[in-house]
Design a protein around this ligand. Structure first.
Ligand SMILES: O=C(O)CCC(=O)C(=O)O
Ligand SMILES: [Fe+2]
Length: 219
């Protein structure tokens, strides 16, 4: 309903070298499709978990891992109960490569390591994610992140410190964000979401869904 007859062509915005925001990359039908697929993927045993951190806290974002199990701050081949991690959906690999192409204007190099892990992150109104680096991977392939549901403030920083300089970007439903190259190790986080900002037609009644796709390089 109320979808434009012609989707505007998404224009990439370079936030810092190698870090590109593509607003509105996924239209509403593709957002709904992604939400539906994520609901299937995170059924147990993948499950949505709020991980403990080594300092004794608990993450406020609920997450599920596909392909490799990630929890602060390492990957494993099995879930904590020893059972296999649900497989990485090949369609997410394709989506990630298409995302890189949309952001950078060219597909990943054929020899670059394949995407093999996805985190499905769910933010309720209170959830946030502190400034961190995605540094548990051996491969340097760009990280590809997709957002559906409530808008969030995505804080994209520098490679040296959790603090300034950083840029606050509003990630809305359907937005793509890719960070690689000189930005691959930049600190980033989600200081807040904007509850109730989502178009209900995106497939989520409330909250924010983020799918982060990475290449581990573990082979
Ligand atoms: O939710 C987001 O946009 C960022 C997620 C993130 O940084 C991560 O899962 O490592
Ligand atoms: Fe991250």
């Amino acid at each position: 309903m109320n979808e434009p007859l012609f989707d505007p062509v998404p224009e990439p915005v370079v936030v810092s070298p190698g870090a590109v925001h593509v607003p509105g990359w996924l239209g509403l039908p593709r957002q709904r499709e992604l939400v539906g697929r994520c609901r299937e993927w995170v059924r147990s045993p993948a499950g949505m978990r709020k991980h403990r951190t080594p300092t004794g806290g608990r993450m406020s974002v609920a997450m599920a891992s596909l392909g490799w199990f990630w929890e602060p701050y390492s990957y494993s081949r099995t879930l904590p109960d020893g059972t296999p991690v649900p497989p990485f959906p090949p369609e997410l690999g394709e989506l990630a490569r298409a995302g890189v192409a949309a952001a950078y204007g060219h597909a990943p190099e054929p020899e670059s390591p394949g995407y093999d892990v996805a985190l499905v992150n769910f933010y309720d109104a209170e959830a946030r994610m502190g400034m961190h680096q995605d540094r548990e991977e051996r491969a340097d392939a760009p990280v590809v992140s997709l957002s559906v549901g409530d808008t969030c403030v995505f804080r994209f920083g520098n490679t040296e410190t959790r603090g300034r300089p950083y840029t606050d970007v509003e990630l809305r439903s359907g937005d793509l964000f890719v960070f690689g190259g000189p930005s691959r190790m930049a600190y980033h986080g989600v200081p807040r979401t904007r509850p109730g900002s989502a178009d209900p037609d995106c497939g989520l009644a409330s909250g924010r869904l983020n799918v982060t796709i990475r290449a581990t390089g573990f082979g």
